[in-house]
Ligand binder design. Structure first.
Ligand code: FPP
Length: 246
């Protein structure tokens, strides 16, 4: 049976978040520059977005650039920003055709202005789409996101818009970049690394974690389906016993 047919459409994760890792090592293995890995990484992004849309995932968050990634060689950072602009330009058609709306989380104002411009343009043009939310984490740091939430909540307390007693999980959720999105059900990380790397720390509290040794440029539809099937074989107990779930 084809992998895709093994997926139970009634038990899909609503929100899948992916740490796309291994572009550099993939290129190195082939005796090529890191840039070559990133370019091929874009192909894997396209495959993953298409497969998520095909099976009916509601939200797909991709970790495209962390705040820590600013520390990479200047040339690589520039190249990644250019790649983002050209990919957004090229893939707009695919997004419109598949009824996908683009969003972004992170400190977007730190991106080069042309990147921000293209990003905002695609977000604007796709905002009415409803089939899948493609959420790009750019210049993203989960700890910074949480710090900002603390600051914004504190300001509301100082201004008497909120009381300390009112702070609960919902209030905190509502002050994160992901405020309008469901919690993450599944995190996928490629390239064999088993770390979370400052990604959606609050949002993944009950997520299932899936690690594969495949480098990101080799990740495609079949790899995505494998992750979903693996997820569907897990029993999500949320602290309860197996028996309580029956
Ligand atoms: C991780 O591989 C990859 C990145 C930091 C960049 C991811 C970006 C893309 C796939 C392209 C642009 C994205 C979109 C959404 C169009 P690495 O460089 O850390 O690899 P390594 O760990 O082997 O060095």
């Amino acid at each position: 049976m084809q992998l895709k047919e093994q997926i139970d459409n009634l038990r899909l994760p609503k929100h899948v978040a992916v740490i796309m890792d291994g572009n550099g090592r993939w290129a190195k293995e082939k005796g090529k520059l890191r840039v070559f890995g990133h370019k091929n990484g874009v192909k894997a992004v396209r495959q993953t977005v298409e497969s998520a849309a095909e099976i009916g995932i509601k939200v797909l968050t991709l970790y495209a650039f962390s705040t820590e990634n600013w520390n990479r060689p200047k040339l690589e950072v520039e190249m990644l920003m250019n790649l983002l602009v050209s990919s957004l330009k090229k893939e707009l058609k695919l997004l419109l055709k598949n009824n996908i709306s683009l969003r972004a989380i992170g400190d977007i104002t730190t991106l080069p202005s042309r990147t921000q411009k293209m990003l905002n343009e695609v977000i604007e043009k796709t905002k009415g789409n409803t089939h899948l939310i493609l959420n790009l984490a750019l210049s993203y740091s989960s700890k910074e996101e949480i710090v900002n939430a603390f600051k914004n909540i504190s300001k509301k307390i100082v201004n008497n818009e909120l009381s300390v007693e009112e702070i609960d999980k919902n209030i905190i959720n509502n002050h994160l970049y992901t405020r309008n999105l469901p919690n993450v059900d599944l995190v996928i990380r490629t390239s064999g690394e088993k770390r979370i790397s400052n990604f959606l720390l609050w949002q993944i509290a009950y997520a299932e974690l899936y690690f594969t040794s495949v480098f990101w440029p080799d990740f495609g539809k079949e790899e995505f389906y494998k992750a979903i099937i693996d997820y569907q074989q897990r029993e999500r107990r949320f602290g309860k016993t197996s028996e309580q779930l029956k």
